[in-house]
Design a binder for this molecule. Sequence first.
Ligand SMILES: [Zn+2]
Length: 427
Amino acid sequence: MLKKTFLAAVILLSLSCSAQKSAMVSSAEATRIENFLASDELAGRRPGTPGIEKAAAFIADEMRKAGLKPLPGASGYLQEFSVLRPKMTLLKAEVNGADFDTKNIIVITTKKDFKVNEKSGFAVKRITPADVSAPNALGRFAQKLVSGKEPVIVLVDTSFAPAFGRLMGLKRSLFQNAPDAVFLLSNNLPATFTIKAEHTFEELKLANVVGMLPGKSKPNEQVIFSGHYDHLGIGKPVEGDSIFNGANDDASGITSMLLLAQHFAKQKNNARTLLFAAFTAEESGGFGATYFSRQLNPEEVMAMFNIEMVGTESKWGRNSAYITGFEKSSMGTILQAALKGTGFEFYPDPYPQQQLFYRSDNATLARLGVPAHTISTSKMDVEPHYHKPSDEVKTLDMENLAQVTEAIAKSAATIISGKETPTRVKE
Ligand SMILES: [Zn+2]
């Protein structure tokens, strides 16, 4: 009895060993890329540091070696832009002829001298309790109201007083052309008001890294593979280690994206155009993905595979991953169907309470209607190294990373060929 079980175990073990090697994607290649991106030399890839610039140069070089082309009109793979970091030096307000507590005002502007009154013609919007289902959704709703092109005054219902200060987060960094916005903790628009603010600005230069494989027969239909290459930089030491290497978050996603680029470049049979993007500043507000999304026509994007934290085994073990926002488009079921018989399995996100769909770069394109989902294997409830200096390569399973990459490639086959098109995301 014992012997038989032992023998069965040996057979099973050898079977699973032979199944564990990815034939399509080399784990040695994955290790080479991951080792560089997560090395101490890059000092945690924080935006605005030399470390992230080295990472960008490396990713661009990998794209070139893989045979990707720069975007039309671009001279290279770096998609450069700036954000401004405002520092307020003055805020004054008069409402209906009397001084108004400036704690109840937030001014978002890229102008050094800003002034608004009742005659300025700003659009007026409101945030009422009915708009915000959970307290932590206030910021997201507010962000939506100020992400148009018009200057706006937002009246925030006074029941949000305890959370009002959190909206300051919206002015941590701004695009250079960000429209003016004023949040006023008030239930009514005052008949007369004057608000003055003065700011100084620090400019932060940022860059995404983007390459493409033009489609053979449907070049105007795009499929995006992406991850973010920024991380948290250097922080408070934990057990003597102060470098947040971000090996899993998200050097693993960038590694997977680059391996997919190599794979599809060799295949040379993509009907649709494939875009490969390494986003910057995900951890500090998603600026990379937002800038990227403004350079394309969302109607032409058929699907987005955003890859986040695929360096560890999922809760179901190897050969599996999950898709965030599974129910928001038909993309998940298309991927599952394409994986039938391959030995890989993609599941709906098992951590819906964590709102992962909204916490990564896919959300930016999803808000524009694109079937844009994040694929991950991270055990969000128990992942021990998440956002810690200990998120290092030695904690990752590189063979699994290669396998998950193969799974993503296979899952995308019918979308890349143009046979399947996921439904759009409706919010
Ligand atoms: Zn991440």
